[in-house]
Design a protein around this ligand. Sequence first.
Ligand SMILES: Cc1c2[nH]c(c1CCC(=O)O)Cc1[nH]c(c(CCC(=O)O)c1C)Cc1[nH]c(c(CCC(=O)O)c1C)Cc1[nH]c(c(C)c1CCC(=O)O)C2
Length: 323
Amino acid sequence: MRQAGRYMKAGYQVLCEKYPSFRERSENVDLVVEISLQPWKVFKPDGVILFSDILTPLPGMNIPFDIVKGKGPVIYSPLRTANDVDKVREFCPQEAVPYVGEALSILRAEVKNEAAVLGFVGAPFTLASYVVEGGSSKHFSKIKNLAFSQPKVLHALLQKFTNSMAEYIKYQADNGAQAVQIFDSWATELSPVDFEEFSLPYLKQIVDSVKLTHPDLPLILYASGSGGLIERLPLTGVDVVSLDWTVDMEEGRRRLGSNIAVQGNVDPGVLFGSKEFITQRIHDTVRKAGTSKHILNLGHGIVVGTPEENVAHFFEVAKGIRY
Ligand SMILES: Cc1c2[nH]c(c1CCC(=O)O)Cc1[nH]c(c(CCC(=O)O)c1C)Cc1[nH]c(c(CCC(=O)O)c1C)Cc1[nH]c(c(C)c1CCC(=O)O)C2
């Protein structure tokens, strides 16, 4: 359940006042550990996700960025040309983000074996979207301009992100992550035929590379709004597909096939409803997912402003479920 810490008034929001820079909060080992543990201490979920961001590797790849309050991620010099892509360095996690490895190993020790520690990375296409657009985007016109007029330049950039994220996943696993989620948040901005060219092959390369050295590490793929791509997602080779709430769980389960696990997919907005409604929706999702290979979760991160007692209720109901 992502961003569990972000909406917690007592913990995260107080720390934000003391440490206003997101980069500082996410790059200082003590703060990363403290923020990652906040939801764990209150709700005791089965998974604890590292507090970080998919963009955290960028400075280590020679792409400066920041996350600005009210504006979101900002890439100061967006990449648009072959020359810009040439300047991108491949990522060496040990050197560039040693605080991530340190935080993961402390988290493992802190949660013992009472919960799984989860790492994550951004998928190549999603990372490319940020660095080409210069930040969040509505129409993705700049990356589409690159994709549909100079595809070779975009492919070169995607390949650098692919090699780098495969290394980053291995590094996270070596330092304590017990499963790693790949976020392809913007892949669904692509038509299926373009997904097959600009995202799927790179996701598959990452999975193949990680499985060579870490065959038992579960890999989870999340692509929000992926209803039009469901059958293609297992082709990446991941172990788990995380669905958002715009897909009916029963249909999603059927379209994914029975070999793959599914995660999700309660609408985060349901947590603004009554306790009875939340209970009903959880049971409905669990029934539709079937009795095996399902990780109950929301279909995306928790929305800021969600009543904390409703989050607690979600966990209570979820933990009480027996097959
Ligand atoms: C697209 C994406 C990003 N970051 C991430 C994604 C993929 C998942 C998704 O689809 O949502 C992933 C992410 N970002 C963050 C986490 C850590 C775990 C967690 O708290 O859930 C994770 C897993 C922390 C964060 N990353 C960010 C925040 C909020 C900013 C803050 O706390 O200062 C947090 C807690 C910032 C961020 N970072 C990004 C955006 C769009 C924003 C929001 C900007 C805004 O709200 O103005 C890029």
